[in-house]
Design a binder for this molecule. Sequence first.
Ligand code: 5GP
Ligand code: MN
Length: 328
Amino acid sequence: MSKAEYAVQLQAAADFIRKHDDFLVVSHVQPDGDATGSTFGVAWMLHALGKSFTLINEGPMPSKFHYMAGPHPIWNFEQKEPERMFAAVISVDCADFGRIGQVRRCFAPGFQLLNIDHHATNDSFGTVNLVQADAAATVEVLYDLAAELAVDCSDEWNVCIYSGLLTDTGGFRYSNTSPKVMRIASELLSRGVQGHELAERLLEKMTFAQVSLLKSSLTTLSFAHDKRVAWLSVSTDQLLASGASSEDMDGLVNYARNVEGVSVGILFKEKKPGVVKVSLRSGGEANVAEIAQRFGGGGHIRAAGCTVEGSLQEAIDRVVQEVGSALL
Ligand code: 5GP
Ligand code: MN
């Protein structure tokens, strides 16, 4: 997207926020650091503008993100459904409408939606769309939107934005770590964000349950297609035995992806019998967003995901074959 097009989108998004009130802010199911940072990031911006808003996610917020504070907590839709509907919605970090999950049930008829995202596969499902595929994270887009809205940024907001950048760039290591990402990170550090503490908290520390899960999932490491494809799997039994939760599986896929010579690393997570969540990571030779889309998912060229129906073995067979043919 050209600079001029992006400027137009930023203006339209700012107009949407100025024009409406009483917002529902939602991110994707099983929120990651960028989704959580973006939800609270938008919340702080609405707070600064004197707007009222409600933050809702389909499930609970992973405990490792509890340090990220918002003006209000994020409501867990699964625990209690709100007794009202919302006419103005802001979705963050959602590549498509489905990623919003069950929270869509509290959108009022004729609702207006501002879609703020950075996924190349985003299908512009909003009434207004602010989708910058060149951004490393949705929080990077929020950084620009805050400037457009001329809102004062709180210390908490700075932490949320930094957290989203840190997690979506894998600690400023992935190819999406642009000069702009580093400029924003530098600005946030100079405002007092404790980058090393966030890195330790979000990227280094492991719970005992996480190490147990790592130990058990590494026993499933397998290879195909001249060892250019590697995968790990986690069955519901393995997850239960380790005492870990599904959020603890974040990052496991890298153990497959990081093996020398591997082009695509995959993690298969059995959600329940017959439903397998698939995470795909590529070194750049294969476009995993395209592969994920063939299974109804999406994401980025180097990091994508989808959900496959069938047993763990069936999902492995289908996806590994598809990845193999993409590598030909
Ligand atoms: P992860 O493997 O960490 O769950 O997701 C990697 C990337 O793929 C993220 O950018 C995420 O937004 C995207 N992604 C994961 N699962 C899905 C999915 O089911 N649908 C779509 N559209 N994107 C997904
Ligand atoms: Mn993101």
